[in-house]
Design a protein around this ligand. Sequence first.
Ligand code: ADP
Ligand code: MG
Length: 415
Amino acid sequence: MRFSQYHFIDEIKNNLEKLGFKKPTDIQYKCIPNILRGEDLLAIAQTGTGKTAAFAIPILHILHSKINTKRDDGIKCIVMVPTRELAIQISEVFQTLGKNTRVNTFSVFGGVEQGPQIAKLEKGIDILITTPGRMFDLVSQGFIKLNRVEMLVLDEADHMLAMGFIKDIRDLIRFLPRKRQTLFFSATIDDEIKDLAYSLVKNPIRIQVSPKDPVSKNVDHSVVYVEMDDKRFFLERLVQEYPESKILVFVRTKVRCERVQAAMKRVGVESVFMHGGKEQNDRLEVMNTFKQGIVKILIATDVSARGIDIPNVDFVVNYDLPEHPENYVHRVGRTGRGRSKGLAYSFCDESEKEYLKAIEDYIGKSVKVLELAADGYKEIKDLTLSKNMDLKDIIRELEPVGNKRYGVKKGKKPK
Ligand code: ADP
Ligand code: MG
């Protein structure tokens, strides 16, 4: 079925056409009718399969049809997301798909002044995209009124429910009108969180696309056994071999973000980094720089693991393995979006094998191992531009202070 065959308002159809969206993706095809019927939904589908439009299209259609020329006051739909970048990205999707409709979308998030956000809220908006912290603040100060909210969406729902906001979400729901629609979307969910989600709604419909393997089928992912101290040589090598490629590198901590950037700088590789400790303006700038490909390497913590839709990320590198196995699925899902294919490599040190095991248990299969011949491994180390530097100094500088797991460790030689 093509979008042109749906009974959406013309404005939405035109916007879909302009975007080049001809047919719904699987999850869109399955969700849209239920959402249009007003049903509650728990929708699980792999990363990059178009979950945003799966809720944005029917929500815009429903709200446009309800809003008469005379504007009703009050927010009608709240979309909750875990990070500021995601709030911005999702409101862009709503704005693009909702162009020329009667529906106003706006996003609020922490880290910026409240004043301008409040002024905009008071002008009247229909859809609010928001991170939980700032939203609960604004609700408690009386700037967000909930009495007209008919729809609540939790994107990255498992994370939102696990983040410690469940009490706030329950409180919020108590203030919403009795007649409302609740939608949960994610690429991952576990039984405990599923029960939590179900406890918030009455008769949810569950829609799950490819439940067995949560990793996107567009992503070819593998692990390379690399000693902790050698990881930078491998990253350097990847960058040198694919100088035109966009590479998203995940590390475990803020400190390591900065250290890996410094290590890359030393060998002449320009990169930007992103973590939760950055100022909001810097965060925006970093994302734009990487999005536009001005700088091709982004080093990030898990703050960027979820939801971010950056076109043409060629490689995801798990420079450090993720602590939470579901984040493996989300991290590698930053590549291979839509119809594109992507590659993901995980650099696994001996000390991280327990994480790898947890990931394999989580995804229900083993991760392909890239075998390196002993001389291949040595060659990568020998070819580094930093070889004439004092290695000891580099290593000392690279290792975060007070982090035992990543202390200088003489692991076994890789196979
Ligand atoms: P998810 O939330 O499932 O990870 P997104 O909603 O971020 O995925 O969408 C992934 C990409 O797919 C986006 O770049 C989006 O523009 C594109 N996309 C979504 N729906 C369609 C469609 N029907 N046809 C073509 N591209 C689409
Ligand atoms: Mg998403």
